[in-house]
Design a protein around this ligand. Structure first.
Ligand code: CU
Length: 498
């Protein structure tokens, strides 16, 4: 059908763009963002995308149907999924949606918006009001699930403008937070468990002062309402091309699509229809792990919220290493019992919120860290009770501690660097860890980076490698062009221990 219209997607290294509906929305800590406080135009079209590596020698491509957008008349870089839309509750925008493909399509947000059927070549005009807080999936509901899984989907995140009623309540991501979710967010920033910042609270020094070395100081740079979106999807190049080539004006049979996508028989030559690419926000492998808009980065004491949405047909099971997370939102409802877990299942069409406390991972040897005494507790035998002796045998001394100098040899540095520390997030649904069924670690992964401890002065002084530096600056919008790490100066010398 539309193959002649398809175009190559030009991808940004920072990933899916963000459209901010409200001029009132304060700094989100995102670059690659576009304001749409006047108009939002949506084009339903198609595209070819380089998968996994985004480079010229890579021939792994996939055909998609996509929502391309214009915000206040400005082209937003197209991708599959569509741009992430951020709004404050009550925001309203005029939206114009043109169907450039040659069968019926739609734009649908359960409970918020329904364009109805938009015939080929037609344009729909209406009003989108962000009336319900939380995460939402926007998608094409026609010929379900074909049009959605072909790529016509994206995320909308709506944030409350005020806390729920109640004395000293802090703001949460929800209109009607459960008692326990409310008390969790109330605890952030004000308890022995989580000293640091409340979720809604920015660090002193934020908004940006373009301080290239802001990460070296205890009061720098933490945007308020630290929020991430993980929109998961699975792509089958062979099946999606077949849908693209299907008779113009006719819908590809939905049941046949699901059968081929989920239950193609094994093929030794891999000529079947199973998904070959597993993505977060359209990225995978290295590119999702090193995307500042996907991998949460922060210091101990800077809790963040991750909205997970599954637009595909595959069940995922997201597992985070650095911290257990609280499951605070379940499909639009604030969780009555925000359990603290390290893995949680995300089924097709699920909208699950992980709230990551950004506490110091308990496996990290540390002095003076959260929940730890200033000096190690000792057993009767004189060994520290923490870290466990079977793992470390010795208490980890502070940076700058040396040994063996008395023997006339070069002193050995015994100190353990606390930060930055890089942890993985991966999907426990094992096939999703591959690309094209074989390239392990090129699949649905991200991470969580700990950049220091805002509660422990002296723990901020660490050398920042170029990859951390690039992500830090992109996350906070400091200097340079988003994604162009080469424009940043090399990391500075290692500062003296405090
Ligand atoms: Cu693991």
């Amino acid at each position: 059908m539309n193959m002649k219209r398809r175009d190559f997607l030009k991808l940004s290294a920072t990933g899916v763009a963000t459209i901010i509906l409200s001029s009132k929305l304060p700094g989100l800590g995102v670059t690659n963002a576009y304001a749409a406080d006047q108009t939002l135009e949506v084009f339903i079209t198609d595209a070819l995308k380089d998968m996994v590596t985004h480079n010229e020698i890579n021939t792994a491509q996939c055909y998609f149907w996509i929502y391309r957008m214009k915000a206040n008349g400005v082209d937003v870089p197209p991708d599959c999924p569509g741009p992430t839309i951020m709004a404050l509750k009550g925001d309203t925008i005029q939206i114009k949606i043109k169907n450039e493909l040659d069968e019926d399509h739609s734009f649908f947000i359960p409970g918020l918006f329904d364009s109805g059927v938009i015939p080929a070549g037609q344009t729909y005009e209406g009003t989108l009001t962000a009336s319900v807080s939380g995460s939402h999936l926007y998608y094409d509901r026609l010929n379900a699930p074909v049009n959605r899984v072909m790529g016509l989907h994206g995320a909308l995140v709506v944030r409350p403008t005020a806390p729920a009623p109640g004395l000293n309540n802090k703001i949460t991501p929800y209109d009607n937070p459960s008692t326990h979710v409310q008390s969790l967010f109330n605890e952030f920033g004000s308890s022995d468990c989580w000293p640091g910042l409340a979720w809604e609270q920015a660090g002193a020094g934020t908004p940006p002062t373009a301080d290239e070395n802001a990460y070296l100081t205890g009061n720098s740079y933490a945007p308020p309402f630290r929020t991430y979106v993980w929109l998961t999807h699975q792509a089958s190049p062979r099946l999606f091309a077949e849908v693209g080539d299907y008779t113009a004006g006719l819908d590809y049979p939905a049941q046949q699509f699901v059968e081929k996508f989920l239950r193609s028989p094994f093929s030794a030559t891999r000529q079947n229809y199973n998904p070959e690419y597993f993505t977060i926000n359209g990225q995978s492998g290295f590119f999702s792990h090193f995307s500042p808009s996907i991998t949460p980065m922060g210091r101990i004491g800077e809790p963040c919220v991750v909205h997970i949405l599954n637009a595909g047909l595959w069940t995922h099971s997201m597992h985070l290493h650095a911290n257990h997370f609280f499951v605070t939102g379940l499909n639009g409802v604030s969780n009555e019992n925000p359990i603290w877990v390290d893995v949680y299942t995300v089924k097709p069409m699920d909208r699950i919120d992980y709230t990551i406390p950004f506490m110091r991972p308990p496996s990290i040897p540390c002095a003076r860290s959260i929940g730890m005494p200033d000096a190690p507790l000792l057993t009767a035998g004189g060994n520290p009770v923490y870290p466990p002796v079977q793992e470390f045998d010795v208490y980890m001394p502070a940076l700058g501690t040396t040994a063996f100098a008395e023997n006339g040899v070069t002193p050995v540095e015994l100190g353990q660097r606390m930060s930055p520390l890089c942890y993985p997030m991966h999907d426990h649904s094992e096939p999703s860890q591959t690309a094209q069924g074989g390239n392990y670690n090129c699949g649905l992964i991200s991470g969580m980076y700990v950049l220091g401890d805002r509660n422990t002065p002296g723990q901020m002084n660490f050398p920042m490698d170029e990859d951390f530096s690039m992500m830090y600056r992109n996350t906070r919008g400091i200097g340079g062009v988003a994604g162009e790490s080469g424009t940043h100066p090399a990391p500075g010398p290692r500062p003296e221990p405090a």
